[in-house]
Design a protein around this ligand. Structure first.
Ligand SMILES: *Cc1c(COP(=O)(O)O)cnc(C)c1O
Length: 379
């Protein structure tokens, strides 16, 4: 099956249950005992093994090109279960320095409290990786496209280094989606998603996903079973429904984001645009080589500084000021007031996240209407 067909048919139960084309919601906590023995084999919704979980896991694996897939109660449930399944007291992790805020907090606060140490590196500078290595280094963690500057780090160098030193590689591929990029094909071990974003794509579910080898995903599932971050069957149904249009949505968001990025990059009231589909962006060559499209996220700096950024947000009529991303509605934020409010100002400055930065999650509106809205607000 091609990717488009997998979105519709992969993982669906055969034969169809009761002939139903849309897999019904198995709103049951428990199932009649069927002679299974181990704790993790008992059929119980927290153990993520209802027909809704099974179908979604199989579809995700087909989409990412991995042996297995698993859905979780949130992106953070996927990330925390995957990290906790791999790292224990005394272990060490190498991570790219720009990460989703929740992940950064998990690594620096919660994993640190459990005795797991982390060293941050610039994953664009592979020559610095060796200095971060320790005898107890177990894993390397990166994101496929970073937020809010949309970096595409040297993913091939990360995989090569990890292989040479026996490290497990994690990649949060939320912003890329399997439409644009399938990290397992480039050698990553565990692919993580906030399915809250593009995979569901309708701003109405919080969910997460893990894809990887059968053994790797089973290992994560054991942690998830114990920590309790299973996805509710009704949310599974909504996620399965949202997933079917993933390619249509992401293709449109790729096109609209590129058009908006190009427009902004020519605009006199805009100082700088960050979008990996623009030739001037540091990640352009990698995005061209590895991705089908550069995604639906972009950010920019208006020419007039933080005040202009604030006035721009206030003047928008169509685009909404809100956190999160990947839905049908275009959303804008100033990362310094939302996602990166907790990052100290000097660290933000070092990472290049200025007070004037505006982040945009492109939705599914007509590009002409978005351009008009942006044009008016920039004016
Ligand atoms: C939103 C997000 C997460 C966290 O996902 P939740 O579903 O909110 O738990 C993790 N990584 C990235 C890149 C995200 O955008």
């Amino acid at each position: 099956m091609r990717f488009s067909t997998k979105l519709i048919h992969a993982g669906e139960p055969e034969p169809r249950i009761g002939g139903a084309l849309a897999l019904p919601i198995f709103q049951t906590s428990t199932f009649e005992h069927a002679g299974r023995s181990g704790y993790h084999e008992v059929k119980y919704a927290r153990l993520s093994n209802t027909p809704n979980h099974d179908a979604l896991g199989a579809k995700l694996a087909a989409l990412e090109g991995t042996e297995a897939g698993l859905v979780t109660a949130s992106g953070m449930a996927a990330i925390s279960a995957a990290l906790l399944a791999t790292l224990g007291a005394g272990d060490h992790l190498i991570a790219h320095e720009s990460l989703y805020g929740g992940t950064h907090g998990l690594l620096t606060q919660d994993l640190a409290a459990l005795g797991v140490e982390v060293t941050f590196v610039d994953a664009n500078r592979p020559e610095t990786f060796a200095a971060a290595l320790r005898p107890k280094t177990r894993a390397f963690y990166v994101e496929a496209i970073t937020n809010p500057l949309l970096q595409v780090v040297d993913l091939d160098a990360v995989v090569a280094f990890a292989r040479a030193h026996g490290l497990t590689t994690f990649i949060d591929s939320t912003l890329a989606t399997p439409v644009n990029f399938r990290p397992a094909e480039r050698g990553f071990d565990l692919v993580l998603h906030s399915a809250t974003k593009y995979l569901n794509g309708h701003t109405d579910v919080v969910a997460g996903a893990v894809a990887g080898s059968a053994a790797g995903v089973a290992n994560v599932k054991k942690k998830l079973d114990h920590f309790g971050g299973s996805l509710d069957p009704h949310a599974c149904f909504l996620l399965a429904r949202g997933l079917k249009t993933l390619e249509l949505r992401v293709e449109r968001q790729n096109r609209t984001a590129l058009a908006v990025a190009e427009h902004l990059s020519r605009h006199a009231a805009v100082a700088e645009v960050f979008y990996p589909g623009l030739p001037g962006h540091a990640g352009y060559a990698r995005a061209e080589a590895w991705f089908r499209g550069a995604g639906g996220m972009l950010s920019f700096r208006p020419a007039g500084g933080a005040g202009a950024a604030e006035r721009f947000l206030a003047a928008l009529r169509l685009a909404t000021s809100a956190p999160s991303l990947g839905g049908p509605e275009t959303l804008v934020t100033r990362p310094v007031t939302t996602s990166h409010a907790g990052v100290p100002a000097d660290e933000r400055a070092r990472l290049g996240i200025g007070d004037d930065l505006v982040r945009v999650s492109i939705g599914l509106e007509a590009v002409e209407d978005l351009l008009e809205d942006f044009e008016r607000a920039l004016g």
